[in-house]
Write a protein that binds this ligand. Structure first.
Ligand code: ZN
Ligand code: CU
Length: 486
């Protein structure tokens, strides 16, 4: 090689493997990393002085609801600003494809509300991604609830054999089109009546393809341990890998329970392929569901269709204004709406974030008017708040949990590790200032300390703004992952 397209000079390379940082130059040619080391003799069309900065692989957001965000706002500033270069979409049982029903059941998530963004086949969704040319790469999961909406007229019972057969056919199309697996949200209306046998029989369709099964488990509170066991059993019955989504212990009576759940997860990991992810906050967020509002210390409204003035307000205050209603009645009166639920203990969150095997996933909801700050803050918060400020985990481990570890678990080929031959998905940041700035009161804030972000060799974020470049790719199971290669 006589000349590179770009060289980052003299940064501290944290390569995503978990190993110690190393002072080095990084050369990029086209969409790949060409060389790493002392490249003093090598010239490039463009050079970046990385002295005092850290260079890492781009962050992989393993748990997102960016299915529509990729199409509607392809620059994806909420993610690009954090150093995220790849997102996994279709989580918690909800995906835009396949969706073959004309109407929208009440149990469906807001993401599916616009018929323009509902796709009868996963192939159609992949084509839309190719056409949208987003700034970030995306891997795609199929939502089990979406499959149920298509196959079942009555969602409040387990699926019959022929309905399971129908769901498997749709999952098959999606896997062949490039989906990497299936997600469930057994906690949610529309899926609560699904048995573990139902899910396992559908998921078994993925066995030969080495598809991945991601689980928003049935209960993250009183029956947390039982729900983890159920998801693990589904993985064993189906013969597929399990990812436990956004691991947490919810509700005051369950504070401290991650001291039990993490050892259980470690035990399961020893005998089956199982992984888990976490977001670094003590509050969760989803639709405003009257049945669960009393479990939270505080409930904050993120959007409200009928009464937009209630967005960014506390549910208790709204209840007062509505004539002294109970929380549940107030929630029932204002839905459809979204909410943030303060339900976790800081000690649990810290314990899961610090665990060497937890992957980082934002679970952000881009469509919310006042989203949970995890949408803009997750990755810099792990690095800056939990890593640097609290000293909870070393930078090399934090980066590994965002890069090399998720790339290995999801089988993302040539991503997640900074080494010659890998795709040039890179983040350049200042380790002394990287930090989330998004808060519950002001949630749409780009993080500080993120200097430059590259996807497939092109800069998508620099000087605090999107560059306009959209080099992201839809990652297809057969071509872009190690899954199901035989
Ligand atoms: Zn979820
Ligand atoms: Cu989710």
């Amino acid at each position: 090689m006589s000349r590179a397209d770009l060289i980052l000079r003299g940064g501290d390379v944290v390569d995503g493997s978990g190993g110690a940082r190393l002072r080095a130059d990084v050369a990029i040619t086209a969409d790949r990393i060409a060389a790493v080391g002392d490249l003093g003799a090598l010239a490039a069309d463009r050079e970046i002085d990385a002295a005092g900065l850290v260079i890492t692989p781009g962050f992989i957001d393993v748990h997102t609801h960016d299915d529509r965000y990729l199409l509607e706002e392809p620059l994806m500033p909420a993610k690009a600003s954090q150093g995220v270069t790849t997102v996994v979409v279709g989580n918690c049982g909800s995906s835009l494809a396949p969706y073959t029903r004309a109407d929208l059941p009440a149990q469906a998530s807001l993401m599916l509300s616009d018929p323009k963004y509902r796709f009868p086949t996963a192939g159609g969704y992949f084509a839309a991604l190719d056409e949208a040319r987003p700034a970030l790469n995306a891997a795609v999961l199929v939502g089990h609830r979406s499959l149920r909406f298509n196959a079942m007229d009555d969602l409040e019972r387990p699926a019959t054999g022929s309905e399971i057969g129908q769901m498997r056919l749709q999952l098959r199309e999606a896997l062949d089109a490039g989906a990497i697996g299936m997600s469930t949200g057994l906690f949610y209306p529309g899926a609560q009546k699904a048995t573990k046998e139902e899910v396992a029989e559908i998921a078994a369709e993925m066995r030969a393809d080495d598809g991945i099964y991601t689980a928003h488990i049935r209960d993250e509170g009183d029956r947390l341990l039982e729900a983890i066991e159920e998801a693990a059993e589904i993985g064993r019955l189906a013969g597929v890998q399990v990812v436990l989504s956004h691991h947490k212990a919810a509700g005051r009576t369950n504070f401290g329970k991650t001291a039990l759940s993490l050892p259980l997860i470690e035990k399961l990991m020893a005998s089956q392929r199982l992984a888990f992810d976490v977001y670094p906050y003590i509050a969760s967020s989803t639709a405003l569901l009257p049945a669960i509002v009393d479990r939270a210390d505080r409930v904050h409204i993120t959007w409200c269709k009928g009464r937009p003035e209630f967005a960014n307000r506390d549910l208790d205050q709204v209840a007062k204004e509505l004539g002294g209603l109970s929380r549940q009645d107030a929630a029932a009166a204002v839905i459809p709406a979204g909410a943030i639920y303060f339900t976790m203990d800081e000690a649990d969150v810290s314990r899961v974030v610090a665990h060497p095997k937890s992957m980082i996933g934002s679970d952000g909801i881009p469509s919310d008017a006042f989203p949970h700050p995890r949408l803009w803050g997750t990755f810099p918060r792990v690095l800056g708040h939990y890593g640097r400020n609290l000293g909870l985990l070393p930078l090399e481990l934090a980066v590994h949990k965002m890069t090399g570890l998720p790339a290995a678990e999801f089988g993302l080929k040539d991503r997640g590790l900074l080494r010659p031959g890998a795709y040039a998905d890179l983040v350049l940041f200042d380790p002394s200032t990287v930090l989330d700035t998004a808060t519950f009161d002001s949630p749409k804030q780009p993080a500080s300390g993120i200097v430059e972000v590259l996807v497939n060799g092109e800069t998508i974020w620099a000087k605090g703004a999107s560059t306009g470049a959209r080099p992201g790719r839809a990652l297809r199971r057969q071509a872009d992952t190690t899954r199901g290669q035989g």
